[in-house]
Every structure is written in C-alpha cells, then in structure tokens.
Ligand binder design. Structure first.
Ligand code: GLU
Length: 478
C-alpha cells in the first residue's frame, strides 16, 4: 500500500517525518546531517505520584528535546489525555523547524502531561505542575540556558507562573530564573501581547498571503483578507484570537465555528465577540441565536462547509484522507500543530488549495516567547529607555510642521503621531515583521523550485537550510 492509500492512517509523527523527507529531496545534503536534523535528540518519559483527594494518582508525562543545534531548547507543555510519546516527539520536532523559520535562536522541545486538565481542581493542577517541574529540574531539563517551556493545549499563564515559582525556589541564585519559562502572567515577568501572539501571528500570515494579488488570482479570489469568509475549528486561545483579530482588524467574515460540543454556521457571518460571550454565559456555542447549530456528531462537518479560509485551530490529524476531498475552502490556515496528515495534504494540493503550514503560521507564539525570554534576560521592559525620548522628538517635529505650514494639527492627531512605543506596540511590530518576512522567505523558495508542491515543503526547506548551516559552522559535518 502506498502512503497516499486511504487505508493507511498516518500518525502525526509519521506525517512530520514524511514532510521532512519530501523537503530533503530538494536539497543536496549529507545523509548523516539530514538524519541528525531529523531525529529527536533526547526523550524523557516519567511517571510520578501526586496526591489527589485521599488517593495517589500516578501521572505519565514527557519532555522531548528534539534539537540542541541552538540553546536553549524551546516549546510548550500540553495537558491532554491524547498525550503519548510519539505525539510529543512530533510536536518537539515541529518546534525546531518553527524556530528556524522565524529566526528564533532556539532548538525545539515539547512537554506533555497525560491528564484531562478540566477534570481537576486548581489545587490538584498546581501540585501536578510543580511536581512535573521538579522532575525536569532534577534532570537539568529546564532553565533559561537549557530548555524553556511555554503554554500549549490545556495550559496557560497560570501553569507557567507555577513553573517559574517552583524553578525559583530550587535555583535562588539564578539571576535569570524568570527566563526558565515563557507565557507567564504579565505581572510575573511575562510580556504584554504573549497571550494573543499565536492568533495574531496567524492573522498576520494570512493577511500577507492574501495581499499578493497574483497568488489570490490563481485561487480565483480577490486580493485582501477583507470580506473573505472563514471557518474556525476550535475556540481555544489560538482559535478565538485568530477569529477576533481577523474580524476586527482584517474585516474577515467568520461564517462557521466548531467546538467540542458542536458547531454553528451562518453564511452571512457570525459576530465572534457575541458568540464567545454566549459561550461564556451558557457553556456552549449551540443554540446561538445568530446561526444554525449542529450537534456534537456533526461538529466536524462544518469544516466542509462553504468558506474561503478554513482555520483548524484545535488538535492534530483533523484533516485526513477521509474528509480532505470534501473541503471547499481554498486556503487552509494551520493555526494548530499538525492538523493535516501527509496523505490529506496530497489530496488538498491536487485540488489546487493553498496550505499555510503550521510550522510557519503558528510560529507567532514562540516568536513572542523569544521576546519575553530576551526581556527576562535583560531585566527590563521593552520601550522603557526610548519611549519618552521618541515622544518628545516626534512632538517637536509635529510642532515644527504646524508652524511652518501654518496648518493647525488637532490634539488628537498630535497624540497619534507623537506617541512613543509601549511594550505591546513593540511586541506586535516585531511579530508583524517576523511573520511577513518569514512568509516571503518560504514563498521565494517555492517560486524558485518549479517542482516543489507547496508552501509546507518550502517551509521545511527553509528550516533545514538554516539548521544545516548551523551544524556545518560547528564543523560537525564535512
Ligand atoms: N506551544 C506553542 C507552540 O506550539 C508555543 C511554544 C513557545 O512559546 O515556546 O508553538
């Protein structure tokens, strides 16, 4: 049976390795070097007991460091019942390429704890998180120069604060301790703009792609993200920010949303803020008055409904050989990690669709994590030194323009022009620059190789090129 055979179900890790192998065919690199880049460097599997109520539960957990070609290694920690060694390996592997594509100087890593976080009280989650961190400290698998976790599915700023606090308790002499984890709450050495970063990055990537008229024309679409219809699968952190920012800043129209409880669809558009508010109040998106509802059994069908852009923003293996041929969207924007199997990708590409691949498109999270880590190492918030200086200079320029032209400038305009950048402005601008620049790097590679099948292969080639030159500069390979 061939890999493209519908009977073959490719695992997430196999898909990632298939993508790597496809990209490697376009490159002329030493086989040893390729396999050094491809394999996971270290895999740590642990079991530890945690007291839950009157009982002790044995927790299964992992940390995989895929590549140390750059230090520290970097990647989130996932809390989910789907966690297994292969999944964490696939996620760690993707982190290596993701960091390379957006020029973030880290190797890739990922952690996983096999629990359903929604089944536990906050106190239990705190004990699990602190115990997991202790296991990592014991093995020297966490630290600002070693390996720096971050949030992922099922974790957020609260868990990162527990990790930081645990690390600090053990390493009181580490002046850079705050850099041991990113995605921390802003008041606990976090950075403004980290929570929205992955979703905002997805928006910047999509907007950039849609801004190229000739590429849009090939898809039979008009230029620009405004007016494009979107279906969002998953309303977690990444899905909800992607939807909100695309609607508010890009004027995209959200027509469909799916979540664990079901899906909603309205071809005319759904106000994402109202839908999120409705879910916060009722605990479900179902029966939202502004759309048609579909029960749990039909929730994935919304991915097959009419729209220009499909955004899988939940877990891996959502677009498979079973449903790939039914997808109508012309653009698949992979906000999640690994939503498309390698077999399904072939089907989509043959049907003329464009896939904005995960390893590029959702790299906004790690990009802003990099900014947070730099902030922690510098012990100073971004903008502190230059904000006032810039503001005063711009003010003087505006006053001069007003004087020389004789045209009055309103206070509102003056305020807008002479504003010095706050931390969040700098974070957003750094993220925007990164997403735009990396998109063009990948697109240029694709355009330079007529036989290349799509942006994912180009993104892998981009990453492999950068990582291989790191290895070659170390003199490891001839
Ligand atoms: N978990 C996120 C990802 O998959 C963020 C990782 C990080 O910030 O280190 O990219």
């Amino acid at each position: 049976m061939s890999k493209g055979d519908p009977k073959v179900r490719t695992s997430f890790y196999e898909s990632v390795q298939n993508y790597f192998d496809k990209a490697a065919e376009h490159m002329d690199l030493h086989a040893g070097l390729l396999s050094q880049i491809r394999e996971c460097n270290s895999i740590y599997r642990m079991h530890f007991p945690v007291k839950i109520g009157e009982d002790y539960k044995i927790i299964e957990a992992y940390r995989v460091q895929h590549s140390q070609h750059r230090s520290p290694t970097k990647g989130g920690i996932r809390y989910s019942m789907h966690v297994n060694q292969e999944e964490v390996m696939a996620l760690a592997t993707l982190m290596t390429y993701k960091c390379a594509i957006v020029d973030v100087p880290f190797g890739g890593a990922k952690g996983g704890v096999k629990i359903n976080p929604w089944d536990y009280e906050a106190g239990d989650l705190e004990r699990i998180t602190r115990r997991y961190t202790t296991e990592l400290i014991r093995r020297n698998m966490i630290g600002p120069a070693v390996d720096v976790p971050a949030p992922d599915y099922g974790t957020g700023p609260r868990e990162m604060a527990w990790i930081y606090d645990t690390y600090r308790a053990f390493k009181s002499d580490d002046i850079d301790a705050a850099g041991c984890v990113t995605g921390k709450p802003v008041h606990q050495s976090g950075i403004q703009g980290r929570t929205e970063a992955t979703g905002r990055g997805v928006y910047y990537g999509l907007r950039e792609m849609c801004s190229i008229e000739s590429d849009m024309k090939k898809l039979g679409l008009s230029k620009g993200i405004a007016g494009k219809t979107m279906v969002i699968q998953g309303l977690g952190n990444v899905g909800s920010y992607t939807a909100k920012i695309s609607q508010d800043e890009g004027d995209a129209i959200i027509v469909g949303v799916s979540e664990v409880e079901g899906a909603v669809y309205n071809a005319k558009g759904i106000d994402i803020h109202k839908l999120l508010q409705f879910r916060a109040e009722t605990g479900s998106i179902l029966n939202y008055p502004g759309a048609e509802s579909f029960g749990k059994d039909k929730r994935t069908a919304v991915m097959e409904f009419d729209c220009d852009i499909l955004v899988p923003a939940a877990l891996e293996n959502q677009i498979t050989m079973e449903n790939a041929h039914k997808i109508k969207a012309k653009i698949i924007a992979e906000a999640a990690n690994g939503p498309t199997t390698s077999g399904a990708e072939e089907v989509l590409l043959k049907a003329g669709k464009v896939i904005l691949p995960d390893l590029y498109l959702n790299a906004g999270g790690v990009t802003v994590s990099y900014f947070e880590w730099l902030k922690n190492l510098s012990h100073m918030r971004f903008g502190r030194m230059e904000k006032r200086f810039n503001q005063n200079t711009y003010s003087r320029i505006v006053d001069l323009v007003e004087k020389t032209t004789g045209k009055p400038i309103t206070e509102k305009e003056k305020g807008l022009i002479s504003r010095g950048a706050d931390e969040v402005d700098l974070v957003r601008s750094g993220l925007e620059e990164t997403m735009i620049g990396s998109y063009h790097q990948c697109r240029d590679i694709l355009l330079s190789k007529p036989k290349m099948d799509g942006l994912r292969t180009a993104a892998f080639v981009n990453a492999i090129q950068k990582i291989s030159s790191d290895y070659l500069s170390m003199g490891v390979f001839p």
